[in-house]
Design a protein around this ligand. Structure first.
Ligand code: 1CP
Length: 346
């Protein structure tokens, strides 16, 4: 096993097939409201402006890198930028989250334009090229997208939801329309991730936050299969660039997903028993995860014990330390320091 310090980019090395000890670490939502320096910039521009202004997006991406020397820097953006640049109206409302004009009929879908995506994400492409110049030489730059199913949930519902009932209804009552939306999103997502890679992303991650609400057959059709297609397109264009998939709340379906998609790394949520799942997936696949964000928020001895347990239970596997979901807003920033120190001390 190679030691952490001898490698220029430990995270990329793990993704490309090497074992690294101690494991590299980054956190989902590592740029966020729990950081005072994030709050300071927040007052200056609304969320979409922050995503689409390269200077601001670069600064927000770099904040957790400066503070914690994370091994991965994830582009500051959002999964809903894609529907927005295709023409769906989007606002982020304080205390409520994203609000979109819902897609419910054929003509809503026909109004979207995927041809515009590349040009419209020019500021995102610029953010990535600046980051690839400015990041420390040991940090891996990550691009990302929502999975087609998760993005479709927000597009059809018009925002967040507990059960995405409108989306499930469309799947059942108008399967042709829903499939058309999925086909469009699968292509557009692959093209957008491809643009991220061309602009400097060294690996990309697909967030499937809501796939876990589906029964098995639908999970295969709308989560596993579109993911497989995206990986196939990306590998044909960028054979060297690793792809991470995060089928949140996927349970046992995550195993099938890992086997069939061609992904390089399976990211697992908090409820997953990583060491057991590790035994069920292809041996050449890396794992990412999965500390409970609540344990991070709580800090102290329980944090140290659990972080060590997760890290040590995957010794000998290719592992990237992360949370099982995003950093929670009330997390004391010093708990993140304690976590990083714990994972890195052997
Ligand atoms: O008020 C604010 O400052 C905006 C809060 C915020 C932030 C910081 C949103 C709105 N998005 C983001 C950034 C973001 N979103 C990143 C950036 C990089 C990082 O991790 O540091 C990423 C990767 C995402 C991904 C994202 N957005 C997901 C997938 C992961 C997950 O959390 O499950 C989802 C579902 C979204 C939608 C979204 N965007 C924002 C909110 C509040 C939500 C959730 C809405 C809901 O379901 O209620």
């Amino acid at each position: 096993m190679t030691s952490h310090n001898s490698l220029s980019k430990p995270l990329l090395n793990v993704l490309q097939g090497r074992k690294v000890w101690p494991p590299p670490i980054w956190l989902m939502r590592q740029a966020g409201r729990y950081l005072p320096e994030f709050q300071a910039l927040r007052a200056k521009a609304n969320f979409l402006t922050r995503c689409m202004t390269p200077d601001i997006a670069v600064e927000l991406t770099l904040q957790p890198i400066r503070r914690y020397q994370m091994d991965g820097a994830i582009l500051f953006s959002d999964i809903l930028i894609l529907p927005w640049v295709m023409g769906q109206s989007l606002n982020f409302i304080e205390g409520k989250g994203p609000v979109l004009e819902p897609i419910r009929e054929e003509r809503d879908l026909n109004a979207l334009n995927e041809e515009k995506v590349f040009e419209a994400i020019a500021p995102v492409r610029e953010t990535l090229s600046i980051l690839s110049q400015e990041l420390p030489s040991t940090t891996t730059l990550l691009g990302f997208a929502g999975s087609p199913f998760t993005v479709a949930c927000y597009m059809v519902e018009g925002g967040g939801s507990r059960d995405f009932a409108q989306t499930r209804k469309m799947m059942l009552q108008n399967p042709v329309l829903f499939q058309k939306l999925m086909t469009l999103l699968t292509r557009a997502t692959a093209n957008m991730l491809s643009a991220h890679i061309q602009s400097g992303a060294e690996a990309v991650m697909l967030f499937d936050s809501w796939g876990g609400i589906l029964p098995p057959e639908e999970f295969r059709k709308f989560v596993t299969e579109p993911t497989r297609q995206i990986v196939e397109i990306l590998k044909s264009r960028h054979p060297e660039t690793p792809v991470i998939g995060f089928p949140r709340l996927g349970g046992i379906m995550s195993v099938d997903y890992a086997q069939k998609t061609g992904l390089d790394c399976l990211a697992l949520d908090t409820v997953a028993d990583m060491a057991r799942i590790a035994e069920m997936i292809p041996e050449n696949m890396a794992l990412q995860g999965n500390l409970d964000p609540m344990i991070l928020l709580n800090g102290g001895e329980p944090l140290v014990t659990e972080a060590r347990r997760i890290r040590d239970s995957l010794k000998g596997r290719r592992h990237i330390f992360n949370l099982g979901h995003g950093v929670m807003q009330q997390t004391p920033p010093e708990n993140v320091s304690l976590l990083v120190e714990t994972v890195r001390s052997v």
